[in-house]
Design a protein around this ligand. Structure first.
Ligand code: SF4
Ligand code: SF4
Length: 77
């Protein structure tokens, strides 16, 4: 099963990943991060298909995807 990690403190709450996920398994949490934004979370990780659209979409590189033994990190801060 693919793994998704959203670094909540990189998130700026833009919701682009919420709209981009084809499985509609990302939503906004009620938790406020260090920047003062509500951050994104994966609410049904077992439904993730590892497509990485969320990671590519995120303008703040807050999402990492682990799929088929490969960790996809687009950039490092
Ligand atoms: S990898 Fe694809 S299915 Fe999984 S959370 Fe991201 S956009 Fe959704
Ligand atoms: S696309 Fe990135 S910055 Fe925007 S809500 Fe999702 S995780 Fe946060």
């Amino acid at each position: 099963m693919p793994g998704i990690r959203i670094d909540k403190n990189y998130c700026k709450g833009c919701e682009l990943c919420v709209k981009a996920c084809p499985m509609q398994i990302i939503s906004m949490s009620k938790e406020i991060n260090v920047k003062g934004y509500f951050s994104a979370k994966v609410h049904e990780p077992s439904k993730c298909i590892g497509c990485r659209i969320c990671a590519v979409t995120c303008p703040d590189v807050a999402i990492e995807v682990l799929s088929h033994g490969t960790q996809f990190v687009l950039f490092e801060y």
